[in-house]
Ligand binder design. Sequence first.
Ligand SMILES: Nc1ncnc2c1ncn2[C@@H]1O[C@H](COP(=O)(O)OP(=O)(O)OP(=O)(O)O)[C@@H](O)[C@H]1O
Length: 291
Amino acid sequence: MELTFDALSKNYGKKQALIGFSAELTGGIYGLLGPNGAGKSTLMNILTGNLRQTAGEIRFNGAEIRSLGAAFRGRVGYMPQQQTLYPGFTAERFLLYMASLRRMPRARALERIDWALGAVGLSDVRGKTIRSLSGGMKQRLLLAQAILDEPDILILDEPTAGLDPRQRIAVRNLIAEIALQKIVIVSTHVVPDVEYVASELLLLSEGRLLRKASPAELTHELAGQVWEAELAESELPAAQAAGTVCGIARVDAGHIRVRLLAEKQPPFACRPLAPELEDVYLHYFGAEDGL
Ligand SMILES: Nc1ncnc2c1ncn2[C@@H]1O[C@H](COP(=O)(O)OP(=O)(O)OP(=O)(O)O)[C@@H](O)[C@H]1O
């Protein structure tokens, strides 16, 4: 299985949301990581056929996806970010409706609904109306509809948004489980969503693909650039001047422990730390103002 993005660009008027995006995806989980406005939704909307690119093309196993039409769309499962569900529908009715849009035969739909509700841990609320479900349950219901028709390509937009830590872990594990023999694209700006499950990360910023590499490669490249120092609170500006502050913890009255990203060893007592993916994120995308 091969999904190829070839010099894909999208302009909204003068705004260039995607600029010459090229990448080749085979089986596995790909984390599409980038800050707000990086172009992640634009890329996914082109892939799902909701948006037309300005230039470039996407090919699935060598064939341009628009020319494949419904044959391609039928192989794609999409979990959108917005919970635009039908509040009066029961979970089962919603899934039956989604199955009918996908032209799944009813018997198969019922069988797959059993499976999908079980997979996302919602079998108990099958007959409950969507308006009575919690935000986390709605999120899992959206995931259930995305995996209903056994897609080859699964696109997940911020799949763990609004979930509590336990649910996040459960959803992440579920994604890893169902990813076998699929191309799964997880779009997020939340590093832990993709840290342990993605085989490769695509770092997107201002419409451009900055890097495509495994989490291990990306963290390895930062070796020797992450530091920890215990400082007096009054020394924080010195740390900020030496590099990007990734974390601050209070040690005791007047003292802090600082995690710092800096190419050169900072000019105060510090020790090197093993880089983590959040350091990579800050390295490529920078910190918010104020740090
Ligand atoms: N319909 C539109 N008209 C004009 N500009 C748009 C439109 N949709 C998106 N943009 C702009 O294109 C850029 C990329 O937006 P996009 O929604 O693809 O980013 P994103 O990475 O998905 O962001 P987020 O994480 O906030 O969802 C942004 O600067 C955005 O403001």
